[in-house]
Design a protein around this ligand. Structure first.
Ligand SMILES: Cc1cc2nc3c(=O)[nH]c(=O)nc-3n(C[C@H](O)[C@H](O)[C@H](O)COP(=O)(O)O)c2cc1C
Length: 161
């Protein structure tokens, strides 16, 4: 199977999860990893202070060029952290530019505490509007006390796809 793993990550938890899933799926599949980047990315403090609003308003900030084509893949894994109970804003821009026609999509959403179900629902609606089908989803808690479990959950999720 040809698999594309697309994600946004600010503090590298979603990135670590994406890479764990890529390793888990590498055997017998062709896996490509792509990170969505916001243009003019701010430091973490400024992100909390300024970009949180963008998440709440579901803004679509400028992102770096998307250099992949969904049509080449059988399965797409999409990952985002939860920001104020919403997807990271860069993901809104990515969704807006994407065609998911006849594509299977699996979602992985990372968070500290809450807002994951809402984000899964939102992403599912956006993907289905664009012709895709969300077949699986997982919400993974990150942070100091969840490190080991976070990796285990990522492996388990990927192994069942
Ligand atoms: C701007 C901002 C807003 C956040 N809002 C939430 C939230 O509403 N709920 C929550 O559980 N975690 C929230 N978090 C925590 C992140 O979702 C969590 O740490 C995530 O795993 C970070 O992923 P990353 O390291 O890939 O950026 C927020 C983090 C940031 C930076």
């Amino acid at each position: 199977m040809k698999i594309l793993i697309v994600y946004y990550s600010k503090t590298r938890k979603t990135k670590e999860i994406a890479h764990t899933m890529a390793n888990e799926l590498a055997d017998g599949n062709e896996v490509k990893l792509r990170r969505i980047k916001m243009k003019g990315e701010r430091n973490l403090l400024a992100t909390y202070l300024l970009d949180t609003k963008k998440a709440i308003r579901r803004e679509k900030p400028e992102i770096e060029v998307i250099d992949f084509d969904h049509r080449k893949y059988d399965l797409i894994l999409l990952g985002t952290p939860v920001w104020s109970a919403n997807p990271a804003p860069a993901i809104n821009t990515y969704l807006d530019r994407s065609d998911f026609r006849d594509k299977k999509v699996a979602l992985f959403v990372t968070l500290r505490l809450m807002g994951g179900e809402k984000v899964v629902k939102l992403l599912t609606e956006e993907i289905e509007k664009r012709g895709g089908k969300v077949t699986n989803s997982v919400i993974i808690k990150t942070g100091l006390f969840h490190e080991k479990r976070m990796i285990e959950e990522a492996k388990t999720f990927a192994s069942k796809l």
